[in-house]
Design a protein around this ligand. Structure first.
Ligand SMILES: [Zn+2]
Length: 375
């Protein structure tokens, strides 16, 4: 039987709703005056546009298997995230493109992975090699984003959705943003120290993201002029934030929400292998990393952060905690907003695949349990 219905609270508008589906697609989502019996909430699953690995599985490795990808995918689902962009970070170019081709092949041949891996996020090697701005990416492996290299990514990914993070100020950077758009990539500025006029030129070309604002830059910046001020001043960007309370401090997180239209903010875990699998030693691309009890991922012996060990549902918990708001209020920032930014056909709406999360709350509205349903 593939049809069914559920009566619950709608996370997005906080009203009682009856959702019906048939043959894997939502056919009705109607508000009702009848209150659901329990504190049961339903809404769109979480969408994460930057997952480098999860539950002990590092996506930056050569011999990734279907079983490993499935393990990471299931662990993400258990945390409420049903769609993600498998993210590859800077590596030797040939190695990186081979990894991408391999991951694409595994995913295309497996129906469940095809549902879950909604696209690819290529973060590097077209980034700033400047200390601090390159973050944990090896600066000596940065390359010019030539037409040939961008075309290669398109050839491998076919018609898939691709998010491409680049620094526009590097050699060939500005023209690469137009080439990338012509090739159908969604572009995002990141790991950059671009001057204001260059950011303006990029955003004039169309929809542009800013990857993990507040990170991908040195820990210490000039107070009068820095990449944060330049990015925040441009109202046409769509910003991603890592709400783990460390990558962006709670005060800065609140300030960004006060300054920016909330429909232009989406959350990401930027998760690496350690996420969802506890403290320990992990490999992330070229790096050996250690994760402590507080779920912070650092380059050994430094204060530099390298990805996060955050799980999707904790993203929601910490973001609402930092903003002092109910979790329902910011659910869209980690579901419909990133989905719309990438033009994904998903969400809690008629015609979309019948996929939704069911969240049970305690009497104080704290998230108690989360389940993902797919029909
Ligand atoms: Zn990054």
């Amino acid at each position: 039987m593939t049809s069914g219905e559920i009566h619950a609270w709608n996370i997005l508008d906080r009203q009682p709703v009856i959702a019906k589906w048939d043959d894997g697609t939502f056919t009705e989502i109607v508000p009702t005056n009848e209150k659901p019996a329990q504190d049961k909430w339903i809404g769109p699953p979480l969408v994460d546009l930057q997952i480098n690995g999860f539950a002990g599985i590092d996506f930056q490795k050569e011999k990734l298997s279907v079983e490993q990808l499935m393990h990471a995918t299931s662990a993400l689902e258990n945390s409420g995230c049903s769609k993600f962009f498998l993210t590859l970070i800077t590596s030797e170019w040939d190695m990186m493109t081979e990894r991408l081709a391999k991951a694409k092949e595994l995913r295309d041949n497996h129906p469940k992975l095809k549902q879950a891996i909604a696209g690819w996020h290529i973060e590097g090697p077209f980034l700033s090699p400047e200390t601090g701005y390159c973050g944990a990416h090896p600066p000596n492996l940065m390359l010019e984003p030539t037409v040939a290299r961008l075309t290669k990514i398109r050839e491998i990914t076919g018609k898939d959705s691709v998010l491409l993070t680049m620094a526009p100020e590097i050699e060939g950077g500005l023209s690469a943003f137009s080439t990338a758009r012509e090739l159908g990539f969604q572009v995002s500025i990141g790991h950059t120290n671009a001057p204001e006029n260059i950011i303006r030129r990029v955003t004039a070309g169309g929809s542009t993201g800013f990857t993990h604002l507040g990170n991908g830059c040195p820990a210490e910046l000039r107070r009068d002029d820095n990449i944060l001020w330049r990015a925040l001043e441009n109202p046409s960007l769509t910003y991603s934030l890592i709400p783990d309370r460390w990558h962006v401090s709670p005060a800065l997180f609140r300030i960004i929400h006060q300054l920016i239209n909330n429909n232009s903010i989406y959350y990401t875990t930027d998760a690496m292998a350690a996420a969802g699998s506890g403290p320990g030693k992990y490999k992330f691309g070229h790096l050996d990393l250690e994760v402590g009890k507080e779920e912070i991922v650092r380059l050994p012996g430094t204060a530099n952060l390298a990805g996060s060990a955050l799980t999707p549902i904790n993203c929601i918990r910490y973001a609402s905690e930092m903003l002092g708001c109910d979790w329902q209020e910011i659910w869209k920032n980690y579901s419909t907003i990133p989905a719309e930014f990438m033009n994904l056909i998903t969400g809690f709406k008629i015609g979309a695949p019948a996929e939704f999360v069911e969240v049970e709350t305690k009497s104080n509205n704290n998230i108690n349990n989360i389940n993902l349903h797919r029909y």
